[in-house]
Write a protein that binds this ligand. Structure first.
Ligand code: SAH
Length: 357
């Protein structure tokens, strides 16, 4: 049986190795073990990651007997598209089903001004930020490197980007630094010159600020851009909005940002969700200015995407502008995130899937 796609759907009981999660080197070693040549591992990697082909039968430049032996002990797992929602603004949300039946969401956001894929790193999230719908799910499980990279492969294939450049933001469901190893392994898979060759400059990792993870990230050679979900300017306020602050405090987080090795001309993005009457006063803005002092930073304001079950409101545009103006007056680069795909629940903090129990 050489139909890998069929085996890939065979469910979580399967302990077979997932070829889509292996590096070129690991594939080469496996192929050699099965009597093949190292370069055939590279061919296999290119089929999967560059061309998005997961059916072993279609990999016609690999010897038939090698394919048969691979199929006996390995699978190529890939997230299955179960729904595709297209927003009036072109934002496209894919509902993806994983091997064990759990579901995640991945989003394509056109013209921001570039083309951006927003992907998930976990099913649900353990961080429970009080304004985020994903947080209400809790954490069902981590995603594997194959499942994280697989979202990009599927988006690229479905939207015609296998040969066109795109950006990647790790801003879907989950906290990437809580699933550190799989996330970084996935970034190396998509960054490989034998795969989609996505430059780390095109990738942004957004984190709630797990300090040990940030310090580890500082030593990586595949170094994505960094975005920090700050959302508050005092310890008490952040404790209330972003519960993980009780473990990794605002002051520890800012210290980690200050020692983070930034590439030439690059800056840390600080995301700040604006909650009406909660953290959007002039005083908050002035404290934010002081926190940014001496940092190569830019601030991205996210007026709340309100939702039922979220006990906060979105500030009026004037209030958002006034907040932004205080930052701009202090010479801080500030932008207001335009909410995309709200009509299909694809906007920030709105990714949630119900049937993951
Ligand atoms: N866990 C990571 C990745 C999620 S990124 C992180 O926290 O950075 C998603 C971004 O959208 C985060 O900045 C998150 O705080 C923000 N967000 C969550 N809920 C939101 C909402 N309802 N409206 C606007 N932004 C929200």
């Amino acid at each position: 049986m050489t139909d890998l796609a069929a085996i890939a759907r065979s469910g979580p009981a399967s302990t077979a190795v997932d070829l889509a999660g292996l590096t070129v080197e690991a594939l080469a070693a496996l192929v050699v073990e099965l009597g093949g040549k190292p370069f055939q591992g590279r061919q296999l990697f290119r089929w999967i990651h560059r061309r998005g082909v997961i059916d072993l039968d279609a990999m016609t430049d690999l010897p038939k007997d090698l394919r048969a032996r691979l199929a006996e002990q390995a699978v190529v797992r890939t997230p299955e598209v179960v729904r595709r929602d297209v927003s009036s603004d072109g934002t496209t949300k894919l509902l993806l089903r994983l091997d064990d039946g759990r579901e995640i969401e991945a989003v394509f956001i056109p013209d921001t001004p570039s083309q951006t894929f927003c992907i998930s790193t976990q099913v649900g999230c353990a961080m429970k930020c009080v304004f985020c719908l994903t947080g209400t799910m809790g954490l069902a499980r981590h995603l594997s490197a194959s499942e994280i990279a697989g979202q990009i492969r599927v988006l690229a294939r479905e939207l015609g980007f296998l040969d066109r450049p795109f950006n990647v933001v790790l801003m879907g469901m989950g906290e990437p630094l809580h699933n550190y190893d799989a996330t970084m392994a996935a970034l190396r898979l998509i960054g490989s010159a034998d795969g989609l060759h996505v430059s780390p400059r095109r990738v942004t990792l957004s984190t709630v600020g797990l300090v040990p993870g940030l310090d580890r990230l500082a030593g990586e050679d595949y170094m994505p851009n960094l975005a920090i979900s700050l959302h508050a300017t005092t310890e008490a306020q952040r404790d209330a909005l972003v519960p993980i602050n009780r473990k990794y405090s605002l002051s520890d987080l800012m210290a980690a940002c200050r020692r983070f090795p930034l590439k030439k001309r690059s800056r840390i993005t600080f995301e700040y969700v604006l909650l009406d009457g909660v953290n959007d006063t002039a005083e908050d803005a002035r404290r934010l200015v002081r926190l940014m002092n001496g940092l190569r930073a830019k601030v991205n304001l996210l007026p709340l995407n309100a939702a039922t079950g979220i006990p906060f409101g979105r500030p009026a545009d004037q209030r958002v502008d006034a907040f932004a103006q205080i930052l701009a007056n202090a010479h801080i680069t500030v932008s207001v995130r335009k909410s995309r795909g709200r009509d299909i629940r694809a906007a920030c903090g709105q990714l949630v899937v119900d049937n993951n129990n």
